[in-house]
Every structure is written in structure tokens, then in C-alpha cells.
Design a protein around this ligand. Structure first.
Ligand code: VGL
Ligand code: ZN
Length: 202
């Protein structure tokens, strides 16, 4: 059992990020048994769920002439455009069937504002709009986080770097993560995490 001040944060283990999903991450489903095994060892267990309205601004289909994986400029910076995914209430937005979702203390949804994407579990992509997770963790006395889930180079990495910015001790367990790796994004994410003082563990 881990200490009472440690939390497991399970990032976006949803059907659309698993094989067969709209934004499938290779081997995304392979991490589910590992995460299930880890869950009972943590006092505090938080799951995140990517949760977009239809026609979300992060979808390529919402931008004339754009294809998935191209980028566009948003008021808050450059945004990758994705295939439609994790639409609120859809099967793709559900957690993977085998994930022990009933173990979650808290499910935090993100990306529900039409005009802004949210990779991080802490802040939306403007880096200032909070999701509320920080307050939840602090009021439960949490200081250390272990991050697992999908995708390593987007939601996991952004959450890890933001967590460091907020002063949490952060470990990313890569064995229980899988990445998208868009144009070297996996290496860049590993570098950004290490530079931020995240413990990146194989
Ligand atoms: C994610 C791209 C778009 C993720 C979510 O969970 O890493 N990536 N939405
Ligand atoms: Zn998304």
C-alpha cells in the first residue's frame, strides 16, 4: 500500500484511445490489466475522461479544409486538430470495458468547453483555466502523484508538467502508458517531463 498522501491518476483510458477507437493509440488496451492491478494499492484514485461536445474546436471536422493531425492557431496557441473523438455520452467516450472504473474516487472530465481543448488534468490548453483537480487533491492531503494512461505524449505529459508547476511530486510510469507519437512528440514529451522534474520510470 502506498502512503496516504499519494494518488494514482488514470488518464483517459477510454475506448476512442484504444484499438478500434476514433483516435486509437497503439497498444492502448494493453495497459488496462496493469492499471487494474495498481488501483488497490492507492488510497486516492482519480480517473480523467476526455469529454468533448460534438463539433468541438479541437476536431479537424470543425475547421474548413483541415485534415486530422494538421494544426491551427487558436487564441491560446497552436492546436493539433484531431479526428472526432470522446464525444459526450458516446461509446468512444466510455472507459475501456475491462478497466475497474468502480474503483475511482473521482472522475474528472475535461475538454467540455467548445472553444478550448484540455490535455492536462489540471489546466485547459490556455494553461490558466483550472479543471478543479488541484483543489480536490490538496484538500485530500495529496502531495505525490503516479500518472498512467493515454496518451503519454499528450494528456499524460501535459498533466505531469502542470502537476510539477503546482508543486506535486510526479512519477509517470511508462509501462502503463502508451503514446501517439506525432512527428517526434513522444521524445519531446519525455524531454519536457524530465526538464520539469518529473520522474519518468520505464
Ligand atoms: C488526448 C488528443 C486529444 C489524450 C485527448 O488523451 O492524450 N489526445 N484529446
Ligand atoms: Zn480530446
Amino acid at each position: 500500500m502506498h502512503d496516504a498522501n499519494e494518488a494514482l491518476i488514470v488518464i483517459d483510458v477510454q475506448n476512442d484511445f484504444c484499438p478500434g477507437g476514433a483516435l486509437a493509440v497503439e497498444g492502448g488496451d494493453k495497459i488496462v490489466p496493469l492499471i487494474n492491478e495498481m488501483l488497490p494499492d492507492f488510497h486516492v484514485k482519480v480517473f480523467t475522461q476526455d469529454w468533448h461536445p460534438a463539433a468541438h474546436s479541437s476536431f479537424a471536422s470543425s475547421h474548413d479544409g483541415k485534415e486530422p493531425y494538421q494544426t491551427t492557431e487558436m487564441p491560446y496557441g497552436t492546436q493539433v486538430l484531431w479526428p472526432d473523438h470522446c464525444i459526450q455520452g458516446s461509446i468512444g467516450a466510455k472507459f475501456h470495458d475491462n478497466l475497474h472504473r468502480d474503483r475511482a474516487d473521482l472522475i474528472i472530465r475535461k475538454g467540455f468547453r467548445p472553444e478550448i481543448d484540455s490535455y492536462s488534468a489540471f489546466f485547459e490548453n490556455d494553461q490558466t483555466t483550472p479543471t478543479g483537480l488541484e483543489g480536490y487533491l490538496r484538500t485530500r492531503g495529496v502531495e505525490k502523484l503516479t500518472l498512467v494512461g493515454l496518451a503519454t505524449d499528450f494528456c499524460v505529459a501535459y498533466s505531469a508538467v502542470d502537476g510539477r508547476r503546482l508543486g506535486f511530486d510526479i512519477t509517470v510510469l511508462e509501462e502503463a502508458c502508451r503514446g501517439i507519437d506525432l512527428d517526434g512528440s513522444l521524445d519531446a514529451a519525455r524531454r519536457a517531463m524530465r526538464d520539469a522534474g518529473v520522474h519518468v520510470v520505464a
